[in-house]
Design a protein around this ligand. Sequence first.
Ligand code: SAM
Length: 280
Amino acid sequence: MSAIDTLPPLRDVIAKHQLSARKSLGQNFLLDLNLTAKIARQAGDLAGCDVLEIGPGPGGLTRGLLSEGARKVLAIEKDTRCLPALAEIAEAYPGRLEVINGDALEIDPLAHLAPPIRVAANLPYNVGTELLVRWLTPDEWPPFWESLTLMFQREVAERIVAQPGSKAYGRLAILAQWRADARIALSLPPGAFTPPPKVSSAVVHLTALPEPRFPADAAILSRVVAAAFNQRRKMLRAALKGIAPDIEEHLKAAGVAPTERAERVPLEAFCALARSLAKN
Ligand code: SAM
């Protein structure tokens, strides 16, 4: 019996359903249910919340979210081999776990969820970053989610919470901090996972702000920061010349020296630049 529920230990689940980890799906599983419950607690008070979980795998975090009181968990998993293991969890928590088999990048989960909604996931790095950017850049704000609790490689987590002037500061920091409070909630060594990845990991918790910190159009801001940090060593007037022919004027209007480099420019100035460009 496991510490958090009456289901079998995850090692037994993996053996029973022959869930050998596949590198192509970024599978590094969390098998310690005390740890998955601790990660679930980072998502805040789940009672009365629907939780969207991406990539449940054999269901360690899923079990943590359910035992921590989530009203409902909607789990989207690409690997069909995991479905029987997830069905056993659904049986143990009647009416509280719905599983969709498919690619989270292609599925719109909103029809299956009711507010308030929180998101929790331990995902492969590339899928996680892509989803994070999508969740942070809808046209309308506030978004469908109240908070995101996401596992990343430690280095990516540091990019999300980075401040201007640091090497890690870039597109992720700006998009995350523009519309959310972001903090590193937990650090995990490679040995927390089976099989262990090459690098350390961290759980980032983001809480949606009621309004963005500074006004800006999401699409324009995204485009500007992508271009600015794509060539982060260049002066902004060069890095951004593809954005607008009169970029120097816009930089000056935003109070940014055209010779400045992206990594020294604060969020507020990038938003001012996006507003100036929006007038075009
Ligand atoms: N949440 C489980 C845990 O913590 O043990 C599994 C984590 S494992 C790092 C990532 C999971 O995401 C795998 O189960 C994998 O099959 C799934 N996955 C990978 N790409 C996906 C995608 N595009 N959509 C949905 N699930 C995906």
